[in-house]
Design a protein around this ligand. Structure first.
Ligand SMILES: Nc1ncnc2c1ncn2[C@@H]1O[C@H](COP(=O)(O)OP(=O)(O)OP(=O)(O)O)[C@@H](O)[C@H]1O
Length: 643
């Protein structure tokens, strides 16, 4: 999640009133009506538009009843007066349920639309690790707020505006006939006046209001995220006594948000002033035009009120952009934010497809389909600063010089690591760069880990040990060389801080499978789960928390060591072909760590660990050691010499 201020960080900035904005609105708005639930979507829209037309028709009928009512009243026509009253009653009996049904159908359309759009965005967000790549890319602020709140407001606003524009259009059609039959000059006047009002609003207020609304959404999201961060880190902040720092930081976000809203309400005040002058100056215009005809007996009294009614309906319809500009500018901001999210997700999918075409696999598993025929001939385990190891890899070891990075080739920082699927782990001339491509961590790393072998990666803090696992997992793709590993379904990664998903204790053990997933059934019987907990010395946990089905905020309630042991239980249950452990036992005491590693070496053939403690060496076949000067060396565990 990035906290950012859009235009201030090179992200796509606020919208401008333009045809491009209309194109974006169409793109985001039309998806639901052309998607997999288009029949339902179109049916709901059709019902909404139909009800809108019936309601608009009722308004036209009402104008005639009102005319008869006023005429009967002024002419003291008692039967005519009661006839008009009965007609009113009839209209109310039809209109009241119709209006509530119309409102209900609008809400239903909004809900279906929101659910569909949110589901689709979520699917794209979680496919091919887009959520990860978008964050690394840093070009899109607060995607969570876009998916959650912007979708909701966009859909609600669009349904309101579709209903509004349709009813206004029908009003124009219905009442122009009425007004034309009474005073055609008023129709021309209205067209000119509303065109003038629309131009002044769009040109005078458009850019500013849209930009302020866009920033308002962004700043509210930043403010909310700053509070969520505190909630997620309460314990650390409390230990540090960091309340005043946090309060000051959050208040800065609040102040930025308030300053923006202050400017927004100022501009809304200018707009309201213009709207009032625009509307009020028209109050008596229809009467001024029609009154002389009434005085001369050309028209009856009711025509004056009917003219006023029709005039103001058409004025409101033709001035919809002027009078509803506040909602429209909000819709423009939501459109821009959603469209840029969709574009980012589309580009991501496009990139992944392109990579698949070129390399055979995705980048979140960027890949390379080249066969590994040359594997046997290539120096596979680059032994450096030490004797050639005996055993399965000894005959494949050629190199005997320490590798020191001296140059930073352009090809490494701008290229991608090629990937292959294979039985073990093979790194061929692997160079890894950070995602921003500014730093090359190390170059030309060569090693092979055959099934049945394990590797401990050691080295100073920041040298790139975790980054090697990131590259193996496909999270980092920048660099060069070839990286071969089993497919993602055969590997399992244990990060230093285990992720504890929302859910029950059972969910913690089954993650990333879910208890509802059929695949999880293979090891989801309670016996297996209890056994795994026992293996990691957590057999009493279910009893303490209320059983495997107990739901808690596990990352808050379990100690760091308990979370790491739970993660080992998770690993044992999944029993992958190859496991990658990134300081996965750092919070454990030496005894527990040794016990878990002994179990790991019994249960799993192949694993790669990152760790600082030399006590781990004995549980691994090889040690890969990075040095301060970015050189590296690999040796067998019995040849490892602690620094
Ligand atoms: N997202 C990122 N963008 C740019 N640089 C990063 C990113 N993540 C990590 N780095 C940098 O990459 C380098 C290697 O980081 P890495 O986490 O691999 O170190 P490490 O050897 O595992 O360290 P430690 O032992 O402290 O965990 C560090 O200098 C770090 O600052």
């Amino acid at each position: 999640m990035s906290i950012a201020a859009g235009d201030e960080t090179g992200q796509r900035g606020p919208p401008e009133p333009s045809f491009d904005l209309i194109r974006k609105l169409w793109r985001v708005g039309s998806m639901f009506f052309f998607g997999d639930r288009k029949a339902k979507a179109r049916f709901l829209l059709f019902i909404v538009l139909l009800l809108c037309a019936v309601c608009a028709g009722l308004f036209v009928v009402m104008s005639y009843v009102q005319r008869d009512f006023s005429t009967a009243l002024s002419g003291k026509d008692i039967p005519g007066f009661y006839r008009a009253i009965w007609k009113f009653v009839g209209i109310i009996v039809v209109a009241a349920p119709l209006y509530s049904f119309y409102q209900y159908m609008q809400n239903l359309l909004s809900l279906e639309w929101r659910a569909w759009l949110t589901e689709n965005l979520l699917s794209s967000y979680f496919s091919n690790r887009a959520y990860f790549d978008l964050k690394m890319d840093g070009q899109l602020d607060n995607p969570d707020q876009r998916i959650c709140e912007d979708v909701s407001s966009f859909v609600q606003n669009t349904v309101d505006i579709i209903a509004l524009f349709s009813s206004k259009l029908l009003n124009v059609i219905g009442f122009t006939g009425v007004l034309w039959s009474i005073a055609p000059e008023l129709v021309f006047f209205l067209i000119g006046y509303s065109t003038f009002g629309t131009l002044v609003t769009v040109k005078g207020f458009g850019s500013r209001l849209m930009s302020l609304k866009f920033k308002a959404l962004q700043r509210e999201a930043n403010f909310r995220y700053s509070l969520v961060r505190v909630r997620d880190n309460v314990e650390s902040i409390a230990f540090y006594g960091g309340e005043s720092h946090e309060a000051a930081t959050i208040k800065t976000f609040l102040a930025t948000m308030v300053a923006n809203i202050r400017e927004l309400i100022l501009w809304n005040r200018h707009l309201a002033l213009f709207n009032n002058v625009y509307e009020f100056s028209m109050i008596i215009v229809p009467s001024i035009i029609v009154a002389p005809r009434y005085f001369s007996g050309e028209v009856e009294f009711g025509v004056i009120s009917q003219t006023g009614f029709a005039f103001h309906r058409i004025l409101a319809a033709l001035s919809v952009i002027v009078l509803k500009f506040d909602s429209l500018s909000g819709l423009a901001a939501q459109t821009e934010r959603l469209e840029s999210l969709l574009s980012a997700l589309d580009n991501h999918t496009g990139d992944v497809r392109l990579m698949k075409r070129h390399f055979g696999r995705t980048s979140s598993a960027v890949g390379h389909s080249a066969a590994d025929n040359d594997r046997e001939e290539t120096p596979l385990l680059n032994m450096v600063s030490g004797p050639i190891p005996s055993g399965p890899s000894s005959d494949r070891t050629k190199n005997s010089e320490t590798y020191v990075v001296s140059v930073v080739p352009e090809a490494v920082s701008s290229g991608n690591i090629l990937r292959e699927v294979g039985p073990g782990l093979v790194l061929k001339d692997l160079s890894i760069a950070t995602p921003n491509s500014q730093t090359i961590l190390y170059e030309n790393l060569n090693l092979e880990l055959a099934p049945g072998e394990s590797l401990l990666v050691m080295g100073p803090s920041g040298c790139g040990k975790s980054s090697l696992l990131r590259a193996i997992a496909g999270l980092w793709t920048r660099g060069s060389g070839i990286l071969q590993s089993p497919s993602s379904s055969e590997t399992f990664f244990l990060p230093q801080k285990p992720y504890m998903p929302l859910g029950s204790l059972r969910d913690q053990l089954l993650f990333p499978k879910s208890s509802s997933n059929a695949n999880a059934a293979a090891f989801s019987n309670d016996g297996d789960l209890y056994k795994a907990l026992k293996e990691v010395s957590l057999e009493e946990l279910p009893e303490h928390v209320g059983g495997l089905g107990a739901v808690q905020d596990w990352s808050d309630t379990l100690s760091a060591g308990e979370q790491q042991r739970l993660a080992f239980a998770r690993l044992f249950l999944h029993s992958p072909k190859v496991a990658f452990l990134d300081e996965a036992s750092s919070a454990l005491d030496a005894g527990n760590e040794a016990r878990l590693y002994a179990l790991l070496s019994e249960k799993l053939e192949t694993y790669v660990s990152v760790g600082h403690r030399t006590s781990l060496v004995k549980f691994h076949t090889f040690v890969l050691e990075f040095k301060d000067d970015r050189s590296w060396k690999v040796c067998r565990r019995d040849e490892f010499v602690p620094a």
